[in-house]
Design a protein around this ligand. Sequence first.
Ligand code: ATP
Ligand code: MG
Length: 201
Amino acid sequence: MSDSKNEKHKKSMQKQKSNVDQRIEEADSERGVLIVLTGNGKGKSSSAFGMVMRALGYGYKVGVVQFIKGAQLSGEEIYLKEQCPQVDFYQMGTGFTWDTQDREADIAAAERTWAVVEPMLKDDSYHLVVLDELTYMIAYKYLDEDMILKALADRPVEQSVVVTGRGGGKALQDLADTVAEVKDIKHAFKAGIKARKGVDF
Ligand code: ATP
Ligand code: MG
């Protein structure tokens, strides 16, 4: 890089650093957060499991509840169940709703699953709770939206919750502290490449 380019780069980095430092200084509240990971692209659940790994790194207790999923075994299920006693892992276990095609049975399974989530959201020993694919329970009206929102809002102050899944509605996003949308630019599946063990499940 030429000297002038170097100088320009340095100035721009200094400016960025002082902006970031200022924001860090201003962020003075310490509490758990509600994170919603949505959108059509790949990376919602895997991001949530990345946060599980982070929490485990500090020895925190984690709860993971997977709605919908269960028919297909996944790497995260095998690992968390077999090797992570600090993680309480539960799956709704009905498979995808377009597979079951039985609304009544899905609702019963959703309610059984919520009965596992509810005590987690009242228990401050859970540092992190992942509610994977919960958004579909709201979208399909399998569970009452107000009940879900209230339980999320009333959770322990230090507890963080990650909700993943497409859709989920505005009220959930309004309640959340962080909402990120994974945009689908390209997916191997569309080029006929099968879902990969250890990558997609
Ligand atoms: P991942 O678990 O890989 O982070 P995700 O949670 O963002 O994915 P889901 O909607 O839960 O996405 O879909 C789960 C499965 O569908 C994964 O195997 C994922 O690779 C695949 N998938 C995700 N996005 C797409 C897409 N845009 N087209 C096709 N398949 C997708
Ligand atoms: Mg997912």
